[in-house]
Design a protein around this ligand. Structure first.
Ligand code: SF4
Length: 379
């Protein structure tokens, strides 16, 4: 689906891993100066601080892809995020009208460590989705079902959704995407994150009993009866984010007791129980905005990735900001992108032996773009 390593790298990774961050930062800076605006380094909000410090743009996955795709001069993107984000950047930066503007010249997207995947995205493989769709066809009319995929999914799933008349959503426009879907067909199949699908659907008045969960490892019908599927409004894929799943109701209770007046602020990838107990919720962008707009003295316990929460606490010393769990939990795959991988990939890029190039095949990109463009209609 995505290609990597076009030629043998000029430089090996191993020596880079022995270098101090200071030296690595200086060498990355030198590559940036040499390449100028042709190179854009993107840093996801969940990324570690040393990497964020060197990023040209900081944001969530969709903001970053859009920003990079909109740049006139950019020819190379180093995406300090995870695999599905680099795929989305490749699709958007190399969509037909952009290629035409550049007379066919592609923007090259590099993921400094290709092992930086997303455990949630990995919970829904295209073969499993196609198998589920086939099984559903034996019980329901699939012409009545709109598939909706969270942007945190492989390009192959986005392409499936594009072909089947569905839509991609983000955590900030999930409700609008579901409304778009229900305006067209009577059911939705939502993947890969059950929590975002459930939390959004409950807020729209859909009952829990109308949301069967599809277990891709069950022997038939995702572990559901025919009746459950016939009564369904939203069929939820059994996927989750390992980071956001750690937050529990007892953590909310603990902070409320320990810090009177504290506000609980969570991402919609959290469980239904935690989401229901929170004072505020929203995408990464909304979480940042709420903290930025809060008055001095505000108290927050935030249920999202640790690096972002710590950065918010550093940037807003006039507020009291806690991580909503006594356990330390970061996005381990995002954390794989460190200065050593970034420096190694950039120096190979300059040497003409690019490594870890993410390029989505043309047919997949075409259909995935259809689903992404539908998302733009409702954003
Ligand atoms: S925080 Fe969760 S959803 Fe986001 S990239 Fe990491 S594993 Fe995937």
């Amino acid at each position: 689906m995505s290609t990597t390593n076009l030629a043998a790298p000029k430089y090996d990774l191993l020596p880079y891993q022995a270098l101090e961050n200071e030296e690595l930062s200086g060498r990355i800076q030198a590559v940036r100066e040499q390449m100028g605006p042709e190179l854009v380094i993107l840093g996801h909000h969940y990324q570690q601080d040393e990497v964020i410090a060197l990023a040209d743009l900081r944001g969530d996955s969709y903001q970053l892809s859009q920003l990079a795709a909109g740049s006139q001069q950019c020819r190379h993107i180093a995406f300090c995020g995870v695999h599905f984000m680099a795929e989305t950047a490749d699709i958007l930066a190399n969509r037909p009208e952009k290629l035409a503007e550049r007379e066919g010249e592609r923007v090259r997207v590099i993921l400094p460590d290709t092992a930086a995947g997303c455990s949630m995205a990995d919970m829904a493989a295209i073969g499993q989705i196609e198998d589920a769709w086939e099984q559903l066809a034996a019980v329901l009319d699939t012409n009545d079902i709109t598939p909706v995929t969270y942007i945190n999914s492989a390009a192959s799933l986005k392409a499936f959704v594009g072909r089947q008349g569905g839509i991609v959503c983000t955590s900030s426009n999930a409700r609008a995407a579901l409304e778009w879907a229900f305006a067209r067909r009577k059911r939705v199949m939502f993947f890969p994150d059950q929590h975002l699908g459930r939390n959004t659907s409950l807020a729209m008045g859909i009952r829990a009993g109308q949301m069967p969960v599809w277990d891709p490892y069950a022997s038939s019908l995702g572990g559901n009866t025919r009746e459950q599927l016939l009564q369904s409004k939203v069929i939820l894929w059994q996927g989750h984010c390992s980071v956001h799943q750690i937050f529990r109701s007892e953590h909310v209770a603990m902070f409320r007791k320990k810090c009177p007046g504290i506000k609980i602020l969570v991402h919609p990838e959290c469980s239904r129980e935690v989401f229901a107990l929170a004072d505020e919720s929203g995408s990464t962008g909304r979480i940042i905005r709420l903290v930025e707009e809060a008055p001095a003295g505000s108290k927050w316990a935030i249920g999202t990735e640790l690096h972002l929460v710590n950065r918010l606490a550093d940037e807003h010393p006039d507020q009291e900001i806690h991580f909503l769990s006594p356990m330390v939990c970061m996005c381990a795959t995002m954390y794989r992108i460190d200065l050593a991988h970034l420096c190694w990939s950039l120096e190979n890029l300059v040497a003409g032996t690019p490594v870890n190039v993410i390029q989505v095949d043309a047919l997949t990109a075409r259909w995935a773009l259809v689903a992404l463009e539908r998302m733009l209609e409702v954003s």
